[in-house]
Design a binder for this molecule. Structure first.
Ligand SMILES: Nc1ncnc2c1ncn2[C@@H]1O[C@H](COP(=O)(O)OP(=O)(O)OP(=O)(O)O)[C@@H](O)[C@H]1O
Ligand SMILES: [Mg+2]
Length: 322
């Protein structure tokens, strides 16, 4: 890992105003990513993975508000950047694969043209070469018969195929950082492996850094250098992938690993995580895992939530780590 991170997210807090009160979706989230690195973000549904990604890209919905923090990328704080600066960065330096690909594609423009548009806007490529580059990208994301599919509209393609078009769009300009939110959900296993190989290739050959948001711990174990574990809007633990799997220190991480099927595991060996992600409206306890945690004690109620560096690159937000 190089000394200067490619992107550094610090102290990021985000709230949503809703009819039922203010939802504190993220509280003091922090992590960083180096050039060429692949960082996995894992956690149950509602833990704040997508909100983190949207916030960094300046794509929070109007009900969302950043209440603290920075996301520094190439010397620029993305959270205070102008719309123009962000637009310039998005698509070229920074790119994202969304959780729902169909909504991210323009429904009334052929998919090949959409990718060509991105190349026109951001890549220094002569017009005559653009089409070839699009076909090459479509082939790389394993779209059969790219010549024909170039002219297809999103509604003519299956969900999995749209997903792959999204991925081609996202990597078209060789971004420095790709944020991939469940990039392979819904794809069959072979295509999934192909896409993940492509992302791995881009990281090795083009130095692309990837933030991989996923429920699939097998994917992060295999593909990520480091892992950030989120629970209820907090980063509860982060560590190099190998360390995290070998020796999780946060009780939530340990539960998350135990609740996930691994090769050769029996269904009976899986233990579900007790309780549910807490309600994030109004006041919350310093540790948001407190009510679910078998190790909870009085010390856990003392603010602020600790952040202990237990080994180089291994940080645990727990007063009573394992
Ligand atoms: N537009 C919104 N209005 C109100 N609350 C929101 C909004 N978007 C997200 N939230 C809240 O923010 C929290 C985090 O949601 P987020 O979508 O980031 O979860 P996630 O970790 O991506 O989950 P999943 O794995 O299901 O995609 C949740 O409590 C959610 O209810
Ligand atoms: Mg999500």
């Amino acid at each position: 890992m190089s000394a200067v991170p490619l992107m550094s997210v610090e102290d990021l807090s985000v709230e949503f105003r809703t009819r039922h009160g203010v939802v504190r979706a993220l509280e003091r989230v922090g992590f960083s990513i180096a050039r060429g690195e692949t960082v996995g973000i894992v956690g149950e549904s509602g833990s704040g993975k997508s909100v983190t990604a949207f916030t960094v890209l300046g794509l929070l919905p109007p009900a969302g508000r950043v209440t603290s923090g920075r996301a520094v990328f190439g010397g620029l704080d993305l959270l205070t950047a102008s719309a123009g600066q962000l637009l310039e960065y998005r698509g070229r330096e920074l790119s994202m694969i969304f959780q729902s690909p169909r909504t991210a594609l323009n429904p009334i423009r052929p998919v090949g043209k959409q990718i060509a548009d991105v190349l026109e806007r951001h890549a220094n490529l002569p017009r005559a070469r653009r089409r070839d580059r699009v076909l090459e990208l479509l082939a790389r994301v394993q779209i059969p018969d790219p010549e024909r599919r170039y002219h297809a509209y999103p509604f003519e393609l299956s969900g999995g195929m749209c997903q792959r078009v999204m991925i081609a769009l996202a990597v078209a300009c060789s971004p420095a950082l790709l944020i991939a939110d469940e990039p392979t959900t819904g794809l069959d296993v072979t295509t999934q492996a192909g896409i993940l190989d492509l992302l791995g290739d881009l990281s090795r050959t083009a130095g692309m850094a990837t933030i991989m948001i996923t429920h699939d711990l097998a994917v992060v174990a295999e593909r990520c250098d480091r892992i950030v574990v989120m629970h209820a809007g907090h980063v509860v633990e982060q560590a190099p992938a190998r360390t995290l799997f070998a020796r999780p220190r946060h009780p939530y991480t340990a539960r998350l690993l135990a609740s996930t099927p691994r090769a050769g595991a029996k269904l009976a060996d899986l233990t579900p995580i007790p309780g549910a992600v807490p309600d994030l409206r109004g006041e919350t306890t310093p540790c948001r895992y407190r009510t679910r945690c078998e190790r909870a004690a009085a010390v856990c109620d003392r603010p602020p939530l600790p952040r202990e560096v237990v080994a180089p690159g291994h940080v645990v937000a727990c007063a009573r780590p394992l």
